[in-house]
Design a protein around this ligand. Structure first.
Ligand SMILES: [Zn+2]
Ligand SMILES: [Zn+2]
Length: 251
C-alpha cells in the first residue's frame, strides 16, 4: 500500500479546476495518505510566486497529513540543453523536473502532428534536453520519463532508440541521485498501444539502480492517491519496494 502521493497540482496552473489547497488536503485525508507533495507547475520564473501563496493557505489548515510544498519545474522550452526555466529553487524541498514543450520551439504538443521539427531533429532535441535535465543534481525526480516522446514521436520508428537514450539517462540519474516517477496520469497521457512497452523504461531504471517513486500527477481531487495504472506498472516490472517520502529524507 502506497500511503503517499508526491505529484499533485493546484488550481493555480489554470488547468486543474477544483484543486484548491483546502480541497487537496481534504482529498488526501479521505484517501488516508500520510504524506503528500503539492507540486504546482512552474512554467516560468514568475510562477515561483505561487509558493508563498500555497504556504500561507496551508498554514490556515489543520491537518495530520505531512505536506511538502514542492514544484514541477519545466525544462526551458526555448532551449535544447534541458536547463530548467529557473534555478531559484533553494527553498523548494522537492523538485520534479519535466519536459512538456518541444525543445527549442516552446510548442506544447498533443500529437506528432504538432511537431514542427522533422522526426530526426525532434528526437535529437529531446535526447539532449533529457540528458541535460538529469545532469542537474538539483532535480529530485524526473516526473514522467518519456512522456513527451510518446506524444510527439512515432514510437513504431523510435522506440528502440528511445530505450537506448534511457540507458544513458539512467546512469546519469543514479550518479545525481534522481528518482524516476511512476506517474498515474500516464494512463491517459501515454497512448494505450504503448502502455505495455512503456514498462521497459522502468525496467531499465530498476536494472541500473535508479530509484522509483510514485505520484498521481492529479489535476482533480478524485485523482489524488489514485494508483490503478501504477499498480499495473509495479506488477509488470516486478519492483519490490518503491522509495517513500521517508527514504528520500522528505519527512
Ligand atoms: Zn508534467
Ligand atoms: Zn504534473
Amino acid at each position: 500500500m502506497i500511503d503517499y502521493d508526491l505529484h499533485i497540482h493546484t488550481e493555480y496552473c489554470g488547468h486543474a479546476p477544483g484543486m484548491s489547497i483546502e480541497a487537496i488536503i481534504a482529498a488526501a485525508e479521505q484517501k488516508q495518505l500520510e504524506t503528500i507533495a503539492i507540486t504546482a507547475h512552474i512554467f516560468s520564473e514568475d510562477d515561483l510566486l505561487l509558493i508563498p501563496t500555497i504556504k500561507s493557505q496551508l498554514a490556515a489548515i489543520n491537518t495530520d497529513v505531512n505536506v511538502i510544498i514542492g514544484a514541477e519545474v519545466d525544462a526551458d522550452g526555448m532551449r535544447t540543453d534541458g536547463k530548467l526555466i529557473t534555478d531559484k529553487l533553494d527553498d523548494i524541498p522537492y523538485v520534479l523536473g519535466s519536459i512538456h514543450y518541444i525543445p527549442g520551439t516552446g510548442i506544447y504538443p498533443s500529437s506528432p502532428q504538432d511537431n514542427p521539427l522533422g522526426a530526426e531533429d525532434f528526437f535529437r532535441a529531446w535526447q539532449s534536453t533529457l540528458i541535460g535535465l538529469v545532469s542537474n543534481p538539483r532535480l529530485d525526480t524526473l516526473a514522467h520519463p518519456g512522456r513527451l516522446a510518446a506524444i510527439a514521436c512515432d514510437m513504431d520508428v523510435y522506440f528502440d532508440d528511445m530505450l537506448a537514450v534511457f540507458h544513458q539517462v539512467a546512469k546519469i540519474s543514479v550518479k545525481n541521485n534522481i528518482c524516476w516517477g511512476i506517474n498515474e496520469l500516464n494512463e491517459r497521457k501515454i497512448p494505450q498501444t504503448l502502455h505495455q512497452r512503456w514498462n521497459s523504461i522502468y525496467k531499465i531504471a530498476l536494472d541500473a539502480g535508479v530509484k522509483l517513486i510514485y505520484g498521481s500527477d492529479a489535476h482533480k481531487p478524485q485523482e489524488i492517491g489514485k494508483q490503478t495504472h501504477t499498480k499495473k506498472t509495479i506488477e509488470a516490472i516486478g519492483v519490490q519496494n518503491l522509495q517513500t517520502p521517508k527514504s528520500l529524507g522528505l519527512i
